[in-house]
Design a protein around this ligand. Structure first.
Ligand code: PYC
Length: 332
């Protein structure tokens, strides 16, 4: 990589950080977003690693590349990534993205259609910090999957799509306390490894890379508390937007949450997202043809909305000196 400067805006959404590249990032052309992700991975992956990994970043950080949309109905596009690879969607990241666009003077309050590699998300900015995203259609794919995890014994959970693939653990009683994150991280990584060993996947053999555990909320305003393991080893400081979408899909499939009913999801650090869902339109169902052949009427599809707040916390020029032996970041 020659010497290069990449300009980024850092924000956090309910505690979870996002770093948006808005100048100096890789040129991926103007094709469909999934094709651009392939190009990013094949030709510019050192940019992802250099922006996210130490010494410029860390394993908690989610990055996003601001792009021109391919879909003409959208005003912007974004490709999210972390230290492990590329994400389909990112809920906290999308909330941070909109607040970043506002900070850059690129959007005003109101509704904006944003293209991602897994579909269009409608994001509504209220003031400077509060954002509601209407996420891509979400659903539960597998119910009550049992795995036999060596250190934990029998673990039961659901597999659901909320813009990323999730395993939502149902039968573990764990203390979801910030002081317990080492154990929670070890435990969710063990479950993910076991799912891989047992070849339990999402549709089209997709790797289930996000794990979720739930417990009773500590805040009286919330309905549930979660711990979310992201791809890699970091846990989500926010309640995870795509994870909350997957949770809403499971609640809807079980008849435990009705359209329009509010669900408040508390994070491991005590922040929260407010969620609800509506039924998808025919057009929205047709647009998810890649999934619909694998779904039956017992697997209802929902359109989740997630509301949370983000704050800009940094404006940085990242310098990639050609002579720096760690310019591509320290691989973890
Ligand atoms: O909010 O969807 C989310 C997310 C995914 C990974 C980290 N945060």
């Amino acid at each position: 990589m020659p010497s290069q400067v990449i300009e980024v805006i850092d924000s956090h959404t309910e505690g979870e950080p996002t770093r948006i590249i808005y100048r100096g990032g890789p040129e991926l052309g103007d094709g469909p977003l999934p094709q651009r992700v392939i190009r990013f991975r094949q030709e510019f992956d050192e940019v992802r690693r250099g922006v996210i990994n130490e010494p410029r970043g860390n394993d908690v950080l989610v990055g996003g590349l601001l792009c021109q949309p391919h879909d003409e109905s959208c005003s912007f596009a974004v490709i999210f990534f972390n230290n492990h690879g590329y994400l389909g969607m990112c809920g906290h990241g999308m909330i941070g993205f909109l607040v970043t666009l506002k900070h850059l003077g690129l959007v005003d309050s109101g509704e904006h259609r944003i293209e991602t590699p897994v579909g269009v998300v409608t994001a509504t900015l209220q003031g400077d910090h509060r954002v509601t995203i209407e996420n891509v259609p979400s659903f539960r794919y597998l119910k009550d999957v049992e795995i036999d995890s060596e250190p934990l014994g029998r673990v039961v959970g659901d597999v659901a799509w909320g813009g990323n693939w999730f395993f939502l653990v149902k039968n573990l009683q764990e203390d979801l306390d910030i002081r317990n994150v080492d154990r929670l991280t070890w435990l969710t990584k063990s479950i993910r490894d076991q799912l891989t060993r047992q070849q339990i996947t999402g549709i089209d053999n997709a790797w289930i890379d996000h794990m979720e555990i739930f417990a009773e909320a500590k805040s009286s305003d919330c309905d549930s508390k979660n711990f979310v393991l992201c791809p890699g080893s970091a846990y989500d400081r926010s309640p995870c937007g795509t994870g909350t979408s997957a949770k809403l899909a499971c609640l809807a499939a079980d008849g435990k949450l009705q359209p329009g009913q509010i669900w408040r999801q508390e994070s491991i650090i005590g922040s929260s997202f407010q969620g609800q869902y509506r039924q998808p339109s025919e057009q929205e169902l047709q647009a998810m043809a890649q999934f619909s052949e694998s779904l039956t009427p017992e697997q209802p599809v929902i359109v989740p909305s997630i509301t949370g707040s983000a704050y800009v916390c940094g404006e940085t020029k990242l310098i990639f000196d050609a002579a720096d032996p760690f310019r591509q970041g320290i691989p973890v």
